[in-house]
Design a protein around this ligand. Sequence first.
Ligand code: SF4
Ligand code: FES
Length: 248
Amino acid sequence: MKLTLKIWRQAGPEAKGKMVTYPLDGIDGDMSFLEMMDILNENLINQGEVPVEFDHDCREGICGSCNMMINGQPHGPQKLTTTCQLHMRKFNDGDTITIEPWRAAAFPVIKDLIVDRSSFDRIQQAGAYVSVNTSGNTQDANSIPIKKADADEAFHSATCIGCGACVAACKNASAMLFTSAKVSQYALLPQGEIEATDRVMNMVRQMDIEGFGNCTNTGACMIECPKGIKLENIARMNREYLKAETLG
Ligand code: SF4
Ligand code: FES
């Protein structure tokens, strides 16, 4: 497969970036998108050029770091897929592929395709924890009955990998889907009740401090989320917020 890649190159946070075109040959449909990027970088290194910086770690859809806008879509054209899980068979011989970093003020570019997502860490630190002692003297799990539907919803919310595709997809660069998934995973379980009021208030406050935009119910976040995190979480977070405000 022969491809033309148009890639955002930016030497550092303050540097002016630009799209650079790279022809690439010898790409197999069974390669992953990141393996294709590895081949490009090997070629660049062999030519004495600076390789394209991109984030990656697990390469199996778990860590949430392989973030790129591919032809204008977070993680590319395949639904419920991170970039590392995307294969080149999704593209055709002769294709031109544009590759850019996430675009959001709260995710500043560090270099090329790598953005700083530590704003997500700070939202988590603001409330995504429980004070219940879960080591040493843990009660038998079955002594606190939890409805199967709630347990399933909490588990599904917890599958958010913090990739930021929801922010990148949103015209407002809103982090509501991410934050609401983290709030929901505790709001649905009795273990989360102790800090419930502070959690939602503090996490939403931190989300605003970081400069994420507001939600206007467009739903692009859910469409592009590689883990299928649902919009219902946003409604749940809004209810939790209202309850916390009312109860003081
Ligand atoms: S909600 Fe989905 S898109 Fe947003 S950070 Fe979590 S896994 Fe990524
Ligand atoms: S490299 Fe970890 S999710 Fe893609």
